[in-house]
Design a protein around this ligand. Structure first.
Ligand SMILES: [Zn+2]
Length: 335
């Protein structure tokens, strides 16, 4: 990133307060936009000549963030410099996955760019890199159910999503490993406003929080237009549809990285549904754990909306849970 529209007239405290309020607003859309501690929102600001950002800390629920809890500060000027020095940037031209060594280097650079102190909390999200690659002052990364369906429609036939791509500066990326691989892929689209991530969600680059309303309108219009009726009803606030969808047993799918990351926690609470008619085993989740319930509810809604929606590629499912940052995230939640 070489230039930024970041305005200088707001201080870091104002930015932090505005970001916390925005997180609270977004958290109201759980689990349709975020589930558990997933998703992350950031706000860039200038501290003198240094570009910094506030971002939701790893392991915190978006809806639980306040100005004093769950936000962490990162020195982006330092991050860019260190990433270039260590060969993490510039991003490679193709969509190559990052090696384990480079992923660990990214984790280390991110840690060294985090501003410690009483005002910042925890560790920045492993997805901070993608926030850093986008020029916009506000970046919203949602595990939005509608985005997975958009990517699926696009992958079936790109022309069917052309109306979305024409309306916004939209790109659709294939399923990728979170972390550095996703950071690299995002770096190639620094001026995009909507980055739709297959089997993951969406990244919105906003000049102002009010622009989130256009995403809300877009996803509703998309679900309505493409016949994803369950989600259309849920997006319009139909609580009866939510109860119906989240009572249904479903086959085991890994629609999101988080389903794989948290599978060890989910698995003990899965009960097989006795149905000899189903071609594959069906499951219900029996737990009071809110985070796990939300991840499973997202799976149920997506299956109800689109039974043919593909899972993440096995290679990503198998390796995503072993990322060092994800292990930390699990440790955070367990503590
Ligand atoms: Zn994510």
């Amino acid at each position: 990133m070489t230039s930024s529209p970041i305005v200088k007239n707001l201080g870091r405290e104002t930015c932090r307060e505005e970001l916390a309020a925005f997180c609270a607003q977004i958290g109201l859309k759980t689990p349709l936009w975020v589930q558990g501690a997933g998703g992350n929102i950031s706000r860039k600001f200038l501290d003198g000549e240094a570009l910094r950002l506030w971002i939701k800390a790893s392991g915190y629920r978006v809806g639980g963030v306040t100005k004093d809890v769950g936000l962490v500060e990162v020195d982006l000027t330092n991050f860019y410099a260190a990433a270039h020095t260590t060969g993490l940037l510039p991003a490679p031209n193709n969509l190559e996955p990052a090696t384990v060594i480079k992923e660990e280097s990214y984790h280390s650079v991110l840690g060294r760019s985090t501003i410690a102190g009483a005002n910042g909390q925890g560790r920045p999200s492993m997805e901070t890199g993608l926030h850093a690659m986008l020029a916009a002052p506000w970046v919203v990364h949602l595990h939005a159910l509608s985005a997975l369906l958009m990517a699926h429609v696009y992958q079936q036939c790109p022309e069917d999503l052309a109306w979305v791509c024409k309306r916004h500066r939209t790109v659709v990326l294939p399923a990728l490993m979170p972390g550095l691989s996703l950071t690299w892929a995002t770096a190639r689209h620094a001026q995009a406003s909507h980055v739709i991530l297959a089997n993951h969600g969406v990244v919105l680059a906003l000049q102002h929080p009010d622009e989130l309303a256009s995403w809300q309108q877009l996803e509703y219009e998309f679900c309505d237009r493409h016949g994803f009726d369950v989600l259309t009803q849920l997006l319009s606030g139909d609580s009866a549809s939510f109860s119906r969808a989240t009572q249904q047993p479903i086959p085991l799918r890994f629609y999101f990285p988080d389903t794989a990351v948290f599978f060890a926690k989910i698995q003990p609470f899965l009960r097989q549904w006795r149905s000899s008619a189903a071609p594959e085993p069906l499951y219900v989740l029996e737990t009071d754990d809110q985070d796990l319930q939300e991840i499973w509810a997202a799976q149920q809604i997506l299956y109800a909306a689109c039974p043919e929606l593909p899972s993440l590629p096995d290679a990503i499912v198998n390796s995503v849970a072993s990322l060092p940052t994800e292990q930390l995230r699990l440790a955070k939640i367990a503590s």
